[in-house]
Write a protein that binds this ligand. Structure first.
Ligand code: MG
Length: 171
């Protein structure tokens, strides 16, 4: 078993829709960045890569790559999962905390877990997402942006047939 920690932060950008964990959250400014700015998915990618000893999101997806401009971060996660599985690890579970004053994460947490779990090849119950305010302190408290922490646990793939059947069935 191997554990990894991912962190990401992005500044709010009024001109973009807010995407977190592959879910569009309405009625709130989005996040700046080279890709779609999905800081939840970026933190999960770093947690996976860290656990597998595969470096960081910038190694796999350089922010100088013009093909990644406005990229769907879930597709980046799909690529990271492919890398992790290629070195014979599978995801056991992922735990995510979004630190922000707004929007409220709770109403969207289930949808984010469902979207992420499809790409991670785990059941939705193996992904947990929660929000925390920063009690008004600092740049998060001032609403300049949000921060995300993610932990991922990996285990060696012991049963490739079962894993591949799960992937084929879209699970
Ligand atoms: Mg990012």
């Amino acid at each position: 078993m191997r554990v990894g920690l991912g962190y990401d932060s992005h500044r709010f950008d009024e001109s973009r829709p807010l995407r977190l964990g592959g879910v569009v959250v309405p009625d709130h400014p989005g996040l700046g960045g080279h890709s779609d700015g999905d800081a939840v998915t970026h933190a999960v990618i770093d947690a996976l890569l860290g656990a597998a000893g595969l470096g960081s999101i910038g190694d796999l997806f350089p922010d100088t790559d013009p093909d990644l401009e406005g990229a769907d971060s879930l597709e980046m996660l799909r690529g990271a999962v492919r890398e992790v599985e290629a070195v014979n690890y599978q995801v056991v579970n992922v735990d995510v905390t979004v630190v922000t004053e707004a929007p409220r994460i709770g109403p969207h947490a289930g949808a984010m877990a469902a979207r992420l779990s499809e790409v991670l090849h785990v059941p939705p119950a193996a992904v947990s997402v929660r929000g925390k305010s920063n009690e008004g302190m600092g740049w998060v408290g001032a609403g300049e942006g949000l921060a995300v922490l993610a932990v991922a646990l990996l285990d060696a793939i012991r049963d490739l047939d079962t894993l591949h059947a799960t992937i084929r069935s879209g699970g």
